[in-house]
Design a protein around this ligand. Structure first.
Ligand code: 13P
Length: 249
């Protein structure tokens, strides 16, 4: 009943013309793709990329948004502005937001609820630091981030949420979690969601893995029972590396 969902997080890369070139290549090379796809360019390229993705099988995603609808929030971008650009989904709680920009679970939860209230899909990222994994706390950290991130989210909205498990030590490092280790955390997240929302909601939940996903490891990860897709960083910056992940297998 679950479908695979492969998303590219372009982070703070690419001018508008570079972003347009990549978006055009993805549209042409993924038009026969069988899974769900998303591209999340920087805010500055959303309009350009949105025009290229419109009407295709690739969703337009943003990498973050403010926790308020509008107002005196210098430097922030609101959900209304994202919707105005045709954004369909937003990545929230990315580890770079949590750790470099000190976003906490309460703030991320406000963003999740606001995005859902405005009809956006959400990719909610969770994941442990290396020292947390080494201390045997990976499951507990991911559980707490999941529970707090979903606080106040109604069961009817859960279908618009994807969880992305991104162990912080695997992001941009070339170190991938083994498929077994990733699957164990995904299974735990699914148990947690089952406890909160019931077995049917847990069974339907899409859980992506992120952290050094490459063309040569995507199929092994995706073969695991609880891994339903990928949130890809570095390898999403080129069609040559993203397309084979998006068409894994
Ligand atoms: P990398 O694929 O570069 O490790 O990045 C993963 C990520 O943070 C996607 O959001």
């Amino acid at each position: 009943m679950r479908h695979y969902y492969i998303a590219g997080n372009w982070k703070m890369h690419k001018s508008r013309s570079e972003a347009a070139e990549l978006a055009r290549a993805l549209v042409s090379q993924l038009k026969d793709g069988k899974h769900k796809y998303l591209a999340a360019p920087s805010f500055t390229s959303l309009e350009t990329v949105g025009a290229i993705l419109k009407g295709t099988n690739i969703l337009l995603g943003a990498q973050n948004m403010a926790a308020e609808e509008q107002g005196a929030h210098t430097g922030e971008v609101s959900v209304l502005q994202l919707k105005d650009l045709g954004v369909q989904a937003v990545i929230l709680g990315h580890s770079e937001r949590r750790h470099t920009y000190k976003e906490d679970d309460a703030l991320i939860n406000r963003k999740v609820r606001l995005a859902l209230q405005h009809g956006l899909e959400v990719i909610l990222c969770v994941g442990e630091l290396l020292e947390e994994r080494e201390a045997g706390k990976a499951e507990a950290v991911c559980e707490a981030q999941t529970v707090k991130g979903l606080e106040g989210v109604a069961k009817e909205s859960l279908a618009r949420i994807t969880i992305a498990y991104e162990p912080v030590w695997a992001i941009g490092t070339g170190k991938t979690a083994t498929p077994e280790d990733a699957d164990a955390i995904h299974a735990h997240i699914r148990r947690v969601v089952g406890r909160l929302y019931g077995a049917d909601a847990a069974a339907a939940l899409i859980i992506q893995y992120g952290g050094s996903v490459k063309p040569d490891n995507a199929a092994q990860l995706m073969a695991k029972e609880n891994i339903d897709g990928a949130l890809v960083g570095g390898a999403a910056l080129k069609a040559d590396t993203f397309v084979p992940i998006a068409k894994f297998g």
